[in-house]
Design a protein around this ligand. Structure first.
Ligand code: PRP
Ligand code: URA
Length: 210
């Protein structure tokens, strides 16, 4: 295993991922589950947010008590499917800024094609969480992190709900400084570079397209 990879072992995450996989789970429930899983994974991924004691007046007395300070958070979904994870993370950190990276996988080469990148400034001062439910070949994830680093991003985390071993290896080895959080590590990729058993096409299932 890689030192920069955390596989989330919480039973709630495992249970919700199993419902996501079911081909009978419809768009509405699928969307809700993706948001809930992102929130549960975010609880783990944000474990190292810095705290600073501040003075608060309770109804009883004044005390010093810890609050989150320091680096501001940026959530950066990879379009389209990563968008489904944003609300779950915003429910944990409502003041986070949201950037967007547009990438799609070419259907035959499986290579990522970039079409959009807009990141909140100053990106170099922010803790950045990149979201994408699926880490398959790892091409999209590696490309997204490359783009963020090119814009000056330094402290980067990556969250995927399901990963293939191939994608996890590629991202962990190409970007050893990126902390990677995975909800479930699956068996392999098939001949179309889809994750097995996976959940199918995450973007189509979130947005009801085909
Ligand atoms: C999916 C998924 C990832 C990518 C993973 O997006 O959401 O971004 O494929 O594959 P990779 O690890 O092999 O690069 P897709 O290209 O289907 O775009 P979409 O989210 O717009 O449907
Ligand atoms: N993208 C998806 O949405 N699903 C996969 O299994 C692989 C890439």
């Amino acid at each position: 295993m890689y030192s920069n990879v955390t596989i989330i072992e919480h039973p709630l995450v495992k249970h919700k991922i199993s419902i996501l996989r079911d081909k009978h789970t419809g768009t509405n429930e699928f969307r809700k589950l993706v948001a809930e899983i992102a929130m549960l994974m975010g609880y783990e991924a944000l474990r190292d947010l810095p705290l600073e004691d501040v003075e608060i007046e309770t109804p009883i007395e004044t005390c010093m008590t810890p609050m989150i300070t320091g680096r501001k958070l940026a959530i950066v979904p990879i379009l389209r499917a990563g968008l489904g994870m944003v609300d779950g993370l915003l429910s944990l950190s409502p003041t986070a800024k949201v950037g967007h990276i547009g990438l799609y996988r070419d259907e035959t080469t499986h290579q990522p094609k970039e079409y959009f990148c807009k990141l909140p400034e100053p990106i170099e001062e922010r803790m950045i969480i990149v979201t994408d439910p699926m880490l398959a070949t790892g091409g999209s994830a590696v490309d997204a992190v490359n783009q963020i680093k090119k814009h000056g991003g330094k402290k980067i985390k990556f969250m995927a709900i399901i990963a293939a071993p191939e994608g996890m290896k590629r991202l962990a080895e190409t970007h050893p400084d990126v902390d990677i959080y995975i909800g479930q590590l699956d068996r392999c990729l098939n001949e179309n570079a889809y994750i097995c058993p996976g959940l199918g096409d995450a973007g189509d299932r979130i947005f009801g397209t085909k």
